[in-house]
Structure formats: C-alpha cells, structure tokens
Ligand binder design. Structure first.
Ligand SMILES: [Zn+2]
Length: 303
C-alpha cells in the first residue's frame, strides 16, 4: 500500500512537473513567435529603407549627370562670351587705330606741307603761293612801330614767347622783317639790283626770300643795330638765339660757312619745337637733313 502511495506521489509529481514544463515550453514558444514576428517587421523596414536608399542613389546619379551637362553648357557659353569679348576688343582696337590714323591724316591735311620744305637754288616757292592765317605782329615786338609786319598765326605765340624770353635776359630783341609776299620781294629785289647791281647774288636773294614767303621766317634785330644788321653775329642776342631759339621752335636757316647760302645770323625759321630741338641737340643744320626726314616732323610742327 505504501509502495502504491509512493507511486501515486511520484506520478503526481511527474504530472505536475510535466505541467510546469509544458507551461514553460508553451510560454517560451509563444515568446519566440513574437520575437520572430518582430524580426520580420524590422527586416521589412530595413528592406524598405534599402529600396529608398537605392532610389535616392539613382536620383542623385541622375541629378549629378544633369549638373555636369549644365556645367558643360556653362563652359561652352562662357567660352562663347569670351570669344565675343575678344572680338569686340579686337574691333574696338581696330576702330581706335583707324580713328588715330584718320586723326593723323586730318591733322596733316590741315598743315601746309611747304612749311618744312627746303628751298634751294633750284627749288623755289611758287609765285602764287600765299600762306593762310597771317596775323599782324603787335608793334611792341617790331623795330618800326609804323610798319605792319605779319606772321603765320599758329607760330605767333612762340615768337612772342621767344622775344619775352630774351627780354627776361635783358636782351631787347625786335622783329625787323617777317612775312614777305612775292610782290614785296620783287620790289625789294629791284631795290637791291639798283643798289648792288645784278652781280649781287640774285639766286641767294630768291632763296632767302622763299622762306619769308612762307610766313614762318623772321629777321631779328635790336634797337641799337636797327636795319643795318652789321655784326649781328657779334651781338649777345645772336649768342642767346643760338642757345635758346630752339625752345620756341626756331632754327637758324643759313649758319656760318654753310654751302647753300650766305651767312644770315638774323634769319630764323620756325620748324616746330621737336625738329628745332633735334637740330640743336645734334648740332645739325636744317638744310643738311634729308627732305623725307624733315617731312616726318611736319605733323609735330605746331605741337
Ligand atoms: Zn630773312
């Protein structure tokens, strides 16, 4: 009986244990089910995120491609803009060159080409030549206030400045003679002929006269020398002119020992400051320079 009781107890305990175990197994299985469901949900979420990531990467690639196309178009447009700007700049500089050339031609056309011509025993100004723009020289600058003297207007300021410059050095310089027309010279020549006869170097008289006919040549004197001009080369005014006349655009036409005319220390011709400066600095004479070289200075004559 006791044995049976024990058996019953063991069986009862076994049944109880089985029940408890079953309960735990059941609980564990149901927990596992819940977990794997959770995992599945998470996995789905990850898949969904991965899909979105892929989609975003595709969009990014497409956008990058578009951006690169836009960048390429921008580069092409920039190059075109630069090319056009270069063309505009080329055309502008061409226009400037043409404008400059036209300005030079226009300036040259307004300057009398005779003003830098060399006159020689064979090359004279025409008897019909008459300069433009003659202006009356104020009689404070001339030897004889009663006598009207004329000079080319464009050089009048330079002439006045020269005379004022000499006065600042206490030298009283006067204009004895300036523009002479063909008729005046013809009369003068007949006077000379009467005075000195035909042997008095008629060629030379014509040559010196040519420069006066231009309206840019001047004979200087002083109140003491008057019209005589004797020993002009020994006067301090001659030394002053040799040292300073070039600053006002004047040069000595017929220096001492020249081969083309007699020495005329009083006779100065306006050739412009640039050319007169060159002649002075290089210790040359106007008549010794090549005519083509002289013509190159024509454009600067009134500068
Ligand atoms: Zn003269």
């Amino acid at each position: 009986m006791k044995i049976n009781n024990n058996k019953e107890i063991i069986i009862s305990v076994l049944i109880m244990l089985t029940g408890v175990l079953g309960f735990f197994v059941y609980k564990n299985v149901s927990q596992n089910k819940e977990l794997s469901q959770n995992i599945k949900l998470k996995e789905q979420a990850v898949i969904s995120l991965e899909e979105k990531l892929t989609q975003t990467k595709i969009e990014l690639a497409s956008t990058t491609q578009k951006l690169s196309l836009v960048q390429e178009e921008k580069n092409i447009l920039e190059k075109e803009v630069n090319d056009q700007a270069t063309k505009v700049s080329d055309i502008t500089s061409q226009i400037q060159n043409i404008t400059g050339a036209i300005g030079t031609i226009d300036k040259l056309m307004k300057i009398d080409p005779e003003l830098l011509k060399k006159y020689s025993k064979t090359f004279f100004l025409s008897e019909n030549y008459f300069p433009t723009n003659l202006i009356n020289i104020d009689n404070q600058y001339t030897l004889n206030p009663e006598k009207d003297l004329w000079i080319k207007k464009e050089i009048y300021e330079n002439l006045k400045n020269l005379i004022d410059g000499a006065r600042n050095s206490n030298l009283n310089i006067k204009v004895l003679s300036a523009f002479r027309s063909f008729e005046t010279q013809t009369n003068l020549k007949s006077i000379y002929t009467v005075k000195y006869g035909t042997g008095a170097n008629q060629f030379s008289a014509d040559q010196g006269y040519s420069e006066h006919q231009l309206g840019t040549a001047v004979d200087f004197t002083t109140p003491e020398l008057g019209e005589g001009l004797v020993n002009f080369e020994n006067e301090s005014i001659y030394q002053w002119l040799n040292e300073n006349a070039y600053k006002y655009g004047f040069t000595l036409s017929y220096p001492e020992d020249n081969t083309y005319y007699k020495f005329e220390p009083w006779h100065w011709r306006f050739v412009g400051k640039k050319l007169a400066g060159k002649i002075h600095n290089e210790n040359k004479n106007f008549q010794d320079l090549d005519q083509r070289e002289l013509d190159g200075y024509l454009i600067y004559i009134f500068d």
